[in-house]
Design a protein around this ligand. Structure first.
Ligand SMILES: Nc1ncnc2c1ncn2[C@@H]1O[C@H](COP(=O)(O)OP(=O)(O)OP(=O)(O)O)[C@@H](O)[C@H]1O
Length: 299
C-alpha cells in the first residue's frame, strides 16, 4: 500500500487515519491476551519443573491454576512477576516479554501487578487504615486527603470500612485476609495474583474471599490468577482452569467443561480422590527395599 501522504491527503486526513489506527490498536490490546506463556521451560538447578508450558490468559478473566503439590504453580506466578526467568520460551505480560525488560521497566510493570499470598501478612504495628495506605504513600505523590478517600473506598469494597482503626491483632483470619486484599488492590493493579487465597479460612470467609475476587476483578477491570487447591470454590467463581502436571498444562477448560471432564487427572481433582494420576506416594524406591526385605511393591 502507498503511504497516505503520497495520495494527496491533507493533515486532517492523516490525523483521522492516526485516530483510526489508535482505536484499532486499543481494540487489539483489549482482545489480545494479557499473559502468554510460550513453550516455557524452567528448572531449579538441575531439577526440571516446567517442560514446555503454553498458556494464554485473556483480560478481565479470573483464572485458576491447579495441580498437585510441587507441580510448579507458584513457579508460574514467579515467572509472571519476573522474579525468575525461563530457561527456554517466553512469558509476556501486556505485550512485554518479562525477562527482556530492564530493571526500571520491570519495576514499572510490577507496579501494575498485585500479589496476595497465602497468609497475606499485614504490618502488625500499623492499623488497618495505614496498612492499606502504605503503598499509596510509598509509591504515589497523592495528597493525604485523597489517600484517605481511596483507602476508605478500598476498605468499603471489602466490607471493612468500619474496621479502619483496628490493629491486625484485633482481626479474625477472614478479616485479615480481606484487609490484605484491600491493600493488594490499593494501586489499582491490572493483574492480581493470588497464591492459595483460601487456605486456613472457615467456609463463610472462604466464600466471601472468593466472591470478592470475582467482584473486584469485574468492577476494577482487572485480570486475576489464582493458584489454589480449592476446586469447588474455584469452579464457582473462575472463567477458566488450567491443570499443571508433569511440567506441562495437562488439561484446561471452563468450569462446566471441568465438571464434565472424563480426563482421569481432572476427575481426581474435582472429586477429591486420594489416589489416581496424581499419586498419593511421593516417588520412592520399593518399600521392601527400604525395609531391606527383598522384592515388593511401592505401596
Ligand atoms: N527456590 C527454589 N529452589 C529449589 N527448588 C524449589 C524452589 N522453589 C520451589 N522449588 C521446588 O520446585 C517445585 C515446584 O514448586 P512450586 O512452589 O512452584 O510448587 P506448587 O505447585 O506451587 O506447590 P504447592 O501446591 O505445594 O505450593 C517443588 O518441588 C519445590 O520444592
Amino acid at each position: 500500500m502507498r503511504p497516505v501522504l503520497e495520495l494527496g491527503c491533507n493533515l486532517g486526513d492523516v490525523t483521522h487515519v492516526t485516530e483510526i489506527l489508535e482505536v484499532k490498536r486499543q481494540k487489539l490490546m483489549a482482545t489480545s491476551p494479557l499473559i502468554e506463556f510460550r513453550n516455557v521451560n524452567f528448572a531449579y538447578g538441575t531439577r526440571p519443573i516446567l517442560k514446555g508450558v503454553d498458556m494464554s490468559i485473556s483480560r478481565g478473566q479470573v483464572i485458576a491454576i491447579m495441580g498437585g503439590s510441587g507441580s510448579g504453580k507458584t513457579t508460574l506466578l514467579r515467572l509472571i512477576g519476573g522474579e525468575i526467568r525461563p530457561l527456554v520460551g517466553s512469558v509476556s505480560v501486556a505485550g512485554q516479554v518479562v525477562h527482556e525488560l530492564g530493571r526500571n521497566e520491570l519495576f514499572k510493570l510490577r507496579r501494575k501487578m498485585g500479589m496476595l499470598f497465602q497468609f497475606g501478612a499485614l504490618f502488625t504495628d500499623l492499623s488497618v487504615f495505614d496498612n492499606v495506605a502504605f503503598q499509596m504513600r510509598e509509591h504515589t505523590n497523592l495528597p493525604e486527603s485523597m489517600i484517605r478517600d481511596l483507602v476508605l473506598m478500598k476498605l468499603h469494597a471489602v466490607g471493612l470500612r468500619g474496621a479502619q482503626h483496628l490493629m491486625p491483632a484485633q482481626l479474625s483470619g477472614g478479616m485479615a485476609r480481606r484487609v490484605a486484599l484491600a491493600r493488594s488492590i490499593a494501586l489499582d493493579p491490572m493483574l492480581m495474583m493470588f497464591d492459595e487465597p483460601f487456605t486456613g479460612l472457615d467456609p463463610i470467609s472462604l466464600s466471601v474471599i472468593g466472591s470478592l475476587i470475582r467482584r473486584l476483578t469485574d468492577t476494577l477491570g482487572m485480570t486475576s490468577i489464582m493458584v489454589t487447591h480449592d476446586i469447588q470454590e474455584s469452579l464457582r467463581i473462575v472463567d477458566y482452569v488450567y491443570f499443571l502436571a508433569d511440567g506441562v498444562i495437562a488439561a484446561h477448560g471452563t468450569p462446566d467443561e471441568v465438571r464434565a471432564s472424563k480426563v482421569p487427572f481432572v476427575h481426581q481433582f474435582v472429586h477429591g480422590e486420594i489416589d489416581g494420576p496424581v499419586p498419593f506416594h511421593y516417588q520412592a524406591q520399593a518399600y521392601s527395599q527400604d525395609l531391606g526385605i527383598g522384592v515388593g511393591s511401592n505401596a
